[in-house]
Design a protein. Sequence first.
Length: 149
Amino acid sequence: MTEAAALYAGIPGGPELLAWFGRVPSFHDAEIVRVVLNRRAPSTLSIHAWNLTDRVDPQGYFILERHAVVTFELEDVLDVQLEHFSSQNVIFGLQLRRAAPRPDRMPYYSRDASPDDFELELDPCYGLSGHVRCRRVSISFVTGKPAAG
């Protein structure tokens, strides 16, 4: 098991997400559909993701399967550094990991950092990118494509 798979497996909702996608999702070209930041309650980040296959449809487009809207619930947020929010927010990928020291961000932390903190990093493609550092993460998801709007 990879380090990323072990991390997901240890997070509430992570084993179910791994089972749905059959692996750790890369979130490559996934679209952020909702961001909610709260001061005293959990914050959430919802992303429309899928598995990219090596098969193509009659028009020559890669076939996407296992669509889901994945929601990361982030508790006790210590730091947020997000930029470039747009009408469409497509990410190159998403990294969920134990947070590394970021001395340049320490002045912005709402409390002391811990080696047990999590960091969710959104790799830029078009629109929103950046990172969120928090104490706890849980995952839920709804299968299928997101509702319009």
